[in-house]
Design a protein around this ligand. Structure first.
Ligand code: MRU
Length: 344
């Protein structure tokens, strides 16, 4: 995809504002970690790996001009602000902690040298995610036939990562391998990541995409045109339970009902072996206005309650395989995921 999701340029962080897509392509520039934290919270940037990269770059901005003990004190404040933005995606905490570890092993450096080292680590997290997506894509593409129609939910594409995508990375790799791939994209209420973002980036890359309302997925699956479902994940627990955008779980139930494989594209940075199962994954609750308003216009009666969890958990038993950059994991996931994470 030609448009960059996020970029470190001239010691500033640049992001395309995903809230405005597909109508407008606006680039926002941040020179301060607080701006990056706000961008994550308000979903200028979203998608688990992308917010991990943004958080790493936010730490680099936050540590500029600090060294030694002062840098440690500053890091505690910056890390807390970034980690408080969105709780479900483990990539965020993973990236911040990785930056913290680099700081701890470079406390003897002066301000300029420390900044160069910290900035280098943030950029390494960015390039590492790109490489992981490409490798994951190649492993996933092998699961597909020469012609395949894929149903996906939310946006696990270039916009949700440093680039290329996880679920949509599989789509891109299969296309690059010469396979005839088409995609059905759930619109993904309430934030419409499918209708706005998945449709936008696939259409830009000339990959055939058809948008459906979320409540159409059951009859589309029953119709027999879908070869597999592929989704991303914000956090996959040690037992293979998968947290992803709200609406993923019912899709997995329906896929099982219709004998359609349900695949999860998960870079290792999204797999949390310290989290024993899905019940331990924190689920973000978002503002009522995402449900009771549409494009700024109120659509529910005043005074009526709203429930708006941003993610759900799909139990491991409904997951046919988890695709990572080091290969494809199958049940029992506790063993296969641990082996892939270990395999250096
Ligand atoms: O609320 P969002 O848009 O950040 O949710 C994103 C998802 O649910 C994605 O599927 C997940 O982060 C994986 S992105 C590769």
């Amino acid at each position: 995809m030609a448009v960059k999701t996020i970029e470190w340029r001239a010691d500033r962080v640049r992001m395309i504002d995903q809230r405005l897509l597909p109508s407008r392509e606006v680039i926002r520039t941040y020179a301060d970690y607080r701006g990056v934290a706000e961008a994550i919270r308000t979903m200028v940037i979203r998608g688990a790996p992308a917010i991990g990269v943004a958080a790493a770059m936010g730490v680099a901005l936050g540590l500029k001009g600090y060294a030694g003990k002062r840098a440690q004190i500053r890091f505690a404040r910056v890390a807390a602000a970034l980690k408080a933005t969105r709780p479900t995606a483990v990539n965020l905490a993973w990236a911040v902690d990785r930056m913290g570890a680099v700081l701890e092993s470079n406390l003897a450096l002066d301000e300029a040298a420390l900044f160069r080292r910290i900035r280098g680590e943030a950029i390494a997290i960015y390039t590492g995610d790109l490489a992981a997506n490409r490798a994951l894509g190649r492993h996933g593409a092998e699961l597909l036939g020469a012609k395949a129609t894929i149903l996906t939910h939310c946006n696990a594409g270039a916009l949700a990562t440093a680039g290329y995508g996880t679920a949509l990375g599989v789509v891109r790799a299969a296309c690059e391998a010469g396979k005839a791939i088409s995609v059905f994209a759930d619109e993904t209420r309430p934030f419409l990541q499918g209708a706005r973002l998945t449709a936008w980036e696939l259409h830009k890359d000339h990959i055939p995409v058809t948008v459906i309302a979320d409540n159409m997925a059951g009859s589309v699956l029953r119709g027999g045109t879908i070869d597999c479902v592929i989704v991303g994940t914000d956090r996959t627990a040690a037992n293979g339970d998968v947290a992803n955008k709200i609406g993923t779980y019912p899709l997995a139930v329906m896929a099982r009902r219709h004998g359609v494989p349900f695949y999860v594209a998960a870079p290792l940075s999204s797999i949390d072996l310290e989290c024993p199962n899905g019940a331990a994954i924190p689920i973000e609750q978002r503002a009522a206005s995402e449900i009771n308003e549409f494009a700024g216009v109120r659509i529910t009666p005043k005074g009526v309650a709203v429930f708006n969890p941003a993610f759900d958990v799909t139990p491991a038993e409904l997951v046919s395989a988890i695709i990572t950059e080091r290969g494809v994991a199958r049940a029992p996931y506790r063993r296969s995921l641990a082996a892939l994470k270990r395999d250096r």
